[in-house]
Ligand binder design. Structure first.
Ligand code: HPA
Length: 245
């Protein structure tokens, strides 16, 4: 079964033929909300809205462990994570879709491992390539088949939030090699790897990052919603095509 984690702008999947919802409890607490089960084009899908269905859970308080554990416990075998980001690289402006290939983690104070000590030998998972190559290719090929353009590869900087970055912070991230910036990429991807769950992200650039493009004097929230709304309809079509594969 395919698992989809929806971010800002994607709290439900309009093209999901819903069969039921289920509250799943985990040893790590409750996920962001009940899981929504259904099918898209005949393929079974489980969906969870990362920030809750009413978008009430900020990035630093999302129970990433519970979301991933719950999805795996109901039989999810691969995950597409949808997230909105800010664009740093000059060809990654608002409305662009990106399948990142790398992550830099600047978050802190989040529950970022299923290993809590004392419950078996320490395991160091390999994270050289943080996203699953198969799920990334599936995303890219599905987009190509329906003529939607998705950038193949970007370095995703995950910041702590919930505040946005300063212009100097974005300059530092750029120096570090980051192309896009968001607040939820980690620990989500690392936890998926600990569970050995193939996981890849489809990111929607919602705005120019602080100090870039039309955010040079501040990020204007007025245009954000429109950009996300339009881009998420392309994301939905891509997910539909993923389900055809
Ligand atoms: N910074 C961090 N996270 C984000 C941004 C941003 O500019 N836009 C959407 N998520």
């Amino acid at each position: 079964m395919l698992g989809i984690i929806g971010g800002s702008g994607l709290t439900q999947l309009a093209n999901l033929d819903v069969s039921h919802r289920e509250v799943v409890r985990t040893p790590y607490g409750e996920p962001s909300g009940p899981l929504t089960f259904g099918s898209i084009g005949g393929k079974q899908v489980a969906f969870v809205a990362r920030h809750g269905y009413g978008h009430t859970i900020p990035p630093h308080l999302v129970n990433y462990r519970a979301n991933l554990f719950a999805l795996q416990s109901v039989g999810v075998t691969q995950i597409v994570s949808v997230a909105s980001v800010g664009g740093i690289r000059s060809d990654m402006g608002p409305g662009v879709l990106v399948a990142p290939h790398q992550i830099i983690d600047y978050t802190w104070g989040r529950e970022m491992s299923f290993q809590s000590g004392g419950d078996g030998p320490v395991v160091h998972v390999d994270f050289t390539d943080p996203y699953d190559a198969g799920v990334r290719q599936l995303l890219l090929e599905s987009a190509r088949k329906i003529g939607e353009s998705v950038h193949d590869g970007a370095v995703y900087a995950t910041t702590q939030g919930p505040r946005l970055e300063t212009a100097a912070e974005i300059t530092r991230l750029e120096r570090d090699g980051a192309d896009i910036v968001g607040m939820t990429g980690m620990p989500e991807a690392g936890l998926a790897r600990e569970l050995d769950l193939p996981y890849a992200a489809l990111c929607v650039v919602a705005n120019w990052a602080a100090g870039r493009g039309d955010s040079v004097h501040g990020i204007k929230f007025s245009s954000l919603e429109g950009v996300l709304h339009e881009a998420m309809s392309r994301v939905r079509r891509i997910i539909e095509q993923v389900c055809e594969a």
